[in-house]
Structure formats: structure tokens, C-alpha cells
Design a protein around this ligand. Structure first.
Ligand code: ADP
Ligand code: MG
Length: 729
């Protein structure tokens, strides 16, 4: 019966690298070939259409129907020239992936044949039958219309012969049903607010952009082994499996030589990504065996997020060509590192200044400190919300575990920034303004040229770290849509910058000098938010106690963490920034709770089945072999001698019975807990019941199955073991 396991293990271990068709050209020649980017637009669009479209993109203004018709015509010609036969609106519903519905370009020509057509109307707006997407009750099924509308700021692209048009997805009544709509709103809000503040330092600034550089971690598993693990196939993680004797303890995987099969996959993926204008740059082994990472050069946040989603689906597809399966789950294997998606985030002006980069002059450094302190204040005020923005049923396995950021949001600034902030906070206004008259604004700022950020000054345990010219939000999960974190962060920072700007202007109206007003306001902010700064070990128990004393949010239950979206503070902040209405927040939380419940429910079902249909029968069979052996030995060696000979077997038999007994009892208890939870109508309460009563049973069941795995004859064990899943040759 174990022959299947041995067969798939052999198949996986014998597999050779799949050769990659490398294009004859260099990357600079094929880069962006599958994208309707600016140079392609210039070639395919009439000059006035091109100019008007670029203006609309840059000024964020709507486009007219005539303009849309003209763009659609050029886009269609380009798509057909590049082999496309279909088009689709490509959007990001509140599920784990992206959505697309393909239509062919064909229309009747009135003479019994067809022509290939694509109008501005189809480009700009469509009405996907959207009743089957998560909507948290916003759309009743009788009002099933949802609209997808073209996001002109993200270019169209071709994948597998289909022209994909990035769109937002909203309900008939205008509520967002996706990630992109609120992301664009948050990016607008931060543009407006940060521009006001950036003008204190450079009056010519017109726009501030938000940038995102994601680092995508993932695991690869051979497809044959994957298919032999129903838990991986259905839930994306292993619900059982004893740790392998060797995993990451020797620290020999991180940055190690990349296995040839994996390297072929990476190269193939990079080529595909580069054709799509996705600037993948870095690839390496991660800490755990079979764990890897891709990172691109950072881009404007909206585009970077589209590119991340696109890369995730490309990875899925390209991995199959290489007989791999990609695991994006945050914790596919217990006992070794999970996967995150660090979100490197920064703000920059249209005049080229990076607002989190310490500068050379005191003025630049005041700008740097202004933006940094405001980020700290925003993260401090909204720490519970930011945690909610990265929380999910899957990421909850990673946070709080020993290798991952704790389920508490704090900021690591590093020593240089910490010193600069302390200097700014402790100098008196007189000292500061005294020096301000002499040599601009220098004191507190004299010390700032010290903000030469040292690359070794890094803290891997912090969920939110300053890394030299950007912040790295590390708590984001590998399977997440980055938009969730980017919406919360950009909106919170936008709101904080608005408050800061208003406060400075109030001081100025009261007669203060503007620089003094800025410095005074920063000092008062530092006083209010310094408790968010933590440069120590975020994994330690002392930190958990300390964070609670500081009043930071320490909730660990995912369904309760989502409550932060509905706190008065969050509702007001999202309202002021125009990112979410209360109705939207309520609806989205319904979706979050429902998703949480469904994911745990699926896992619990799969685990129950595997325990009862796979594990217990095999363990029983092995146990009965032992029993048989005991009986035979006893007849061979009667009396005291016999008792001694069988003692060990008897102990094993007894232990196995105990484990199996607990497994069966606990599966029954888990099924009961599920039934009880399913009777609860309220989504939040139901999710909490799943968290509190179903999850603990799953953990118990797993623990006992893993014990049995070590006892049962290796030849009989049905599921590929960790040591087989985790070591690609
Ligand atoms: P790490 O050492 O943190 O693993 P990586 O090189 O893997 O660093 O990834 C760093 C990511 O940060 C890349 O995607 C990079 O483009 C991005 N990045 C660098 N500078 C900025 C910035 N100013 N704003 C946003 N992202 C940035
Ligand atoms: Mg990295």
C-alpha cells in the first residue's frame, strides 16, 4: 500500500532539470514586449490620442469616450499583431487571486462572417456577472451587477494570447468590491497629503508617489509528491508530518547554491516576467529547505502590486512546466520557516526626492525626520489596524511563531535614527530656534549627518523596519494581496500627514516661524509615539509583556484582530481619507470572517478524513502485525523469557492504541465543534468559534498523528514525509 509513496518519491528524485528556451535576444530587447507601454502606445496610437492619454494618466483625470475609442482601436491592433485573440478585464476581487473572463475580439460582420472588433466602450467598462464574488452582503443577488472599469495608470498586457486590461471592480452603487479601488484611493490620499508637507521643503513639488518593492518568498514541491498529499492539494499546507531529522538547523540553505531544476524554473520565470515588463532582479534560496525568493526592482505601488499578482500566477504556471508546484501558503510545513512577502515601501516626490532618505544637508534631514516621524506616528496610532491588514487564516500560522514577526506591530529604526530622534526630542525650542537663526536649522540637525545608515544595522525580528531609505513591512503574508497592507499604510500615513500639516499651519497662524512650528510639532509627535519604537528582539517573551505595558495591540486571535477595521478610529481615518466608507468596511469584514471560517473548515475536514481514512487504518494494520508477532514470540518463548522478549512490542502496541484513541476522540470532538459553530449566524462569532474550538482540536490531532508517523513501519506510511517533500536534488 505504500508503493504509491515510494513510486512518487522515486519519480521526484529521478527528475532532471527541464531545459529552458532562452530567447536569442538580450533582456533589454524583449523586456516589456508583451505590454502596451508608452513606447508601444506611441507607435500604435494617433499622436493626439497618445498625448491626451498620457496627460490623463499623469493628471489622474477621466478620459472621454472618443479618446477611449481611439485607444481601443490602437490597443486592438497591437494585441492582434502580437497574436492575441481574446481580451479580458483583469481585476482583483476579495479572493486570493485575480479574476478574468475572456471574450474573443470577433463580432458579426453582417455578411455571415466575422470581423475582429474592440470598442472604447468595452475597453473602459464592463459588467461582469459578479454575484459570485465575495461582497460581504453589499450586493444582493437580485442586484448582481458589478462594474469593472479600466485603470489607465496600469498598462494592458498579453498573457497566453489574451489581452488583459487592469480594472477596478465596484458594485452598482459604487462600493469597492476589490483591492485596487481602495488602493488607488489611498495612493491619491497620500499623494495629496504628502505633497502639502513636501512643499515645506521644496515648493515646486506637485505630486508624491508611493513605491513598493516586494520580496516574494515561496516553497517548491515536486508535482508528484504534491499530488500524493491531499492536504497540500486542498489547503496549501501540510496538516500533518513529523519534522525531518535534518531541516534548517545547519543553516546551509539560505543563499546556498540553487538546485539545477529550480534554477531552470527561475530562469524561465524571469524571461516570462521580463517580457511582461516586470523588473525581476533578485533570486535566492531562503532559510528553509525548498524555500526561495524573488524580488523585482521597486515600482510605483499600484503597478508593483499588479506585477506581484501577475508574477504569482506566472509562477504557478511556469512551475508546472518544471514539474513543480509552488506553495504560497505562509506556513506550509510546521517546524521550519514560513513565507512572507516583505513590502519595501517609500514615498518620493515628482522632483526626485526620496522622502525617507537621510540627506546631506540639514534641510534635507529635516524633511527626512518630518516624514519618518509622521510614519512612526501613523503606525503608532494605527498599529492594531496595520496588524489587521496583514492578518488572515493562513498568515496567522506564521505570525507569532518563533521565526516570524510577532503579532505585535512595532518599528525598528536603527541606532542612528533613534539617536537623531532623541536629540530632536530633548533639545529645547530655544536651543533649536537659537541655532536656526544662525545657520538655518541645525542643532538637532547637526547631529543628523550621522544618519548614515549602516546596512548591518538590521533587525530581522521587527515587523516594520527602517532600512536606510525605506520602510520594510515584513509581516505581510506570502499569499496576500499586498494591496491590503498598502491600503492601510498609505491611508494611515496620509491621514497623519494631513493632521501634521494642519497642526503646523495652526502654529503659523498663531505667529510661529514655520520651521519652528515644524520642529515643535515633530517634538510633540515623538513624545506621543515613541512607544512604537522597539529595537530589541521581537521574538522574546519579554517584548510581549513590554508591548502590553506600552498599550500596543497584542491580540493574537485572527477573527478578533479584524475588529480593528471597525474601531471608531479606523472608520474615521478611512472616512477622512476617502478610502473606505463604513458600509465598505463592514462588508469587507464580513468577507474576512467568512474566509477565515471557510479556510479552517476545509482544513478540518481534510484533516478528519486523512486521520480516519489514511492514518488510523495504516496504524491499526501495523499494530496488528505487532500483536501477531507478540503472540508468536510468546508461543516460541513461553514464561518469563517470553514476557521479556515481547515487552518492547507490547509497549509500542499500547502507545499506539493511546494515540489512535485520542485521534478518534478528537476527530469526533472537532466535528461536533464544527457543527456547533456552523449553527451560529453571525459571521464574526462563527469565525471566533472556529478559532477557539476547531483549531485547538486540529493541533491535538496532528500531534498524535506525527507521533504515529515515527512508530509505524516506514514502508507502510501512506503520505510522503517531510524529508521527502523538502529536499529537491
Ligand atoms: P533584502 O536585503 O531586504 O532581502 P532585497 O534585495 O531582497 O533586500 O529586496 C529589497 C527590495 O526593496 C527590492 O524589491 C528593492 O527594489 C526594494 N527597494 C529598494 N529601495 C526601495 C525604495 N526606496 N522604496 C521601495 N522599495 C525599495
Ligand atoms: Mg530579500
Amino acid at each position: 500500500m505504500s508503493s504509491l509513496r515510494f513510486k512518487v518519491v522515486e519519480e521526484a528524485f529521478d527528475r532532471k532539470a527541464v531545459p529552458v528556451k532562452t530567447p536569442a535576444e538580450r533582456p533589454e530587447e524583449y523586456y516589456g514586449k508583451a505590454v502596451f507601454g508608452r513606447s508601444t502606445m506611441f507607435r500604435y496610437l494617433p499622436r493626439d490620442t497618445y498625448d491626451a492619454l498620457i496627460r490623463a494618466i499623469e493628471d489622474k483625470t477621466p478620459i472621454s469616450r472618443d479618446l477611449a475609442d481611439s485607444v481601443a482601436e490602437g490597443m486592438k491592433r497591437w494585441a492582434i499583431d502580437n497574436g492575441a485573440r481574446h481580451y479580458t478585464h483583469w481585476f482583483h476581487p476579495l479572493t486570493d487571486g485575480t479574476a478574468e473572463k475572456h471574450d474573443a475580439f470577433v463580432e458579426h460582420d453582417g455578411k455571415g462572417g466575422v470581423v475582429e472588433e474592440f470598442s472604447g466602450k468595452l475597453l473602459v467598462q464592463q459588467e461582469p456577472d459578479a454575484s459570485s464574488f465575495p461582497n460581504g452582503g453589499i450586493r444582493n443577488t437580485f442586484e448582481a451587477r458589478g462594474y469593472s472599469a479600466w485603470d489607465i495608470s496600469s498598462p494592458a498586457f498579453i498573457v497566453d494570447g489574451t489581452l488583459c486590461i487592469p480594472t477596478i471592480f465596484i458594485s452598482y452603487t459604487g462600493e469597492s468590491l476589490d483591492y485596487k479601488t481602495p488602493l488607488l484611493r489611498a495612493l491619491n490620499a497620500v499623494d495629496v497629503a504628502a505633497t502639502k508637507v513636501a512643499r515645506y521643503f521644496d515648493p515646486e513639488v506637485k505630486h508624491v508617489k508611493s513605491y513598493l518593492g516586494w520580496e516574494q518568498e515561496y516553497f517548491l514541491v515536486d508535482e508528484a509528491l504534491y499530488a500524493a498529499r491531499p492536504d497540500l492539494v486542498m489547503t496549501g499546507r501540510t496538516l500533518m508530518g513529523h519534522e525531518s531529522a535534518k531541516n534548517q538547523q545547519l543553516e546551509d540553505h539560505y543563499f546556498g547554491a540553487i538546485p539545477s531544476r529550480v534554477e531552470a524554473f527561475m530562469l524561465d520565470l524571469e524571461i516570462e516576467a521580463h517580457k511582461l515588463g516586470i523588473p525581476l532582479k533578485t533570486r535566492h534560496n531562503e532559510v528553509a529547505p525548498n524555500q526561495f525568493e524573488f524580488a523585482p526592482i521597486y515600482e510605483e505601488t499600484n503597478l508593483a502590486n499588479d506585477h506581484n499578482l501577475l508574477v504569482m500566477s506566472l509562477m504557478d504556471e511556469v512551475a508546472r512546466r518544471h514539474h513543480f508546484h509552488v506553495l504560497f501558503h505562509e506556513k506550509p510545513f510546521a517546524g521550519i520557516n514560513g513565507s512572507g512577502k516583505h513590502n519595501n515601501w517609500s514615498l518620493g516626490t515628482d522632483r526626485g526626492a526620496m522622502l525617507f532618505a537621510p540627506g546631506k544637508s540639514p534641510a534635507d534631514n529635516l524633511q527626512f525626520l518630518t516624514f519618518t516621524v509622521n510614519v512612526m506616528a501613523a503606525v503608532h496610532t494605527h498599529n492594531a489596524l496595520l496588524k489587521a491588514s496583514i492578518m488572515s487564516a493562513t498568515n496567522s500560522h506564521r505570525l507569532g511563531a518563533n521565526e516570524a514577526p510577532p503579532a505585535i506591530i512595532s518599528i525598528f529604526t536603527g541606532k542612528a535614527v533613534e539617536r537623531a530622534l532623541a536629540a530632536l526630542a530633548s533639545s529645547t525650542t530655544e536651543e533649536l530656534s537659537g541655532l536656526a537663526t544662525k545657520e538655518g536649522i541645525s542643532l538637532g540637525l547637526n547631529q543628523i549627518p550621522e544618519i548614515l545608515v549602516d546596512n548591518t544595522d538590521r533587525n530581522r525580528t521587527s515587523p516594520f523596519a527602517f532600512t536606510g531609505n525605506r520602510f520594510e513591512f515584513r509581516a505581510v503574508g506570502s499569499s496576500a494581496n499586498c494591496a491590503s497592507a498598502m491600503i492601510a499604510l498609505n491611508a494611515a500615513v496620509a491621514d497623519q500627514l494631513e493632521l501634521f500639516h494642519a497642526a503646523v499651519e495652526r502654529r503659523v497662524a498663531d505667529g510661529a516661524d514655520r520651521h519652528d512650528a515644524i520642529i515643535d510639532e515633530l517634538r510633540s509627535l515623538i513624545g506621543q509615539c515613541e512607544t512604537i519604537q522597539f529595537n530589541g528582539n521581537g521574538y522574546s517573551d519579554e517584548w510581549k509583556a513590554e508591548a502590553a505595558r506600552r498599550g500596543l495591540d497584542c491580540e493574537t486571535s485572527a477573527p478578533k484582530i479584524f475588529d480593528a477595521y471597525l474601531s471608531e478610529q479606523s472608520i474615521e481615518m478611512f472616512g477622512r481619507t476617502g478610502v473606505f466608507s463604513k458600509v465598505e468596511l463592514e462588508a469587507r469584514n464580513e468577507v474576512k470572517w467568512e474566509m477565515y471560517t471557510k479556510k479552517v473548515q476545509i482544513e478540518a475536514r481534510v484533516l478528519g478524513d486523512l486521520a480516519i481514512n489514511h492514518v488510523v487504518p495504516v496504524a491499526t494494520r501495523y499494530q496488528s502485525m505487532l500483536v501477531d508477532n507478540v503472540v508468536k514470540l510468546k508461543s516460541l518463548f513461553p514464561g518469563v523469557k517470553g514476557a521479556k522478549v515481547v515487552a518492547h512490542d507490547l509497549e509500542t502496541i499500547e502507545k499506539m492504541s493511546a494515540h489512535m484513541d485520542i485521534i478518534k476522540t478528537e476527530v469526533d470532538a472537532m466535528v461536533e465543534a464544527r457543527k456547533r459553530a456552523n449553527r451560529i449566524d453571525d459571521q464574526r462569532e462563527r469565525a471566533i468559534a472556529y478559532h477557539d474550538t476547531v483549531v485547538p482540536s486540529m493541533e491535538t490531532i496532528r500531534r498524535h498523528i506525527d507521533k504515529l508517523e515515527l512508530m509505524v513501519d516506514n514502508e507502510m506510511w501512506p503520505l510522503p514525509k517531510y524529508r521527502e517533500l523538502l529536499f529537491i536534488r
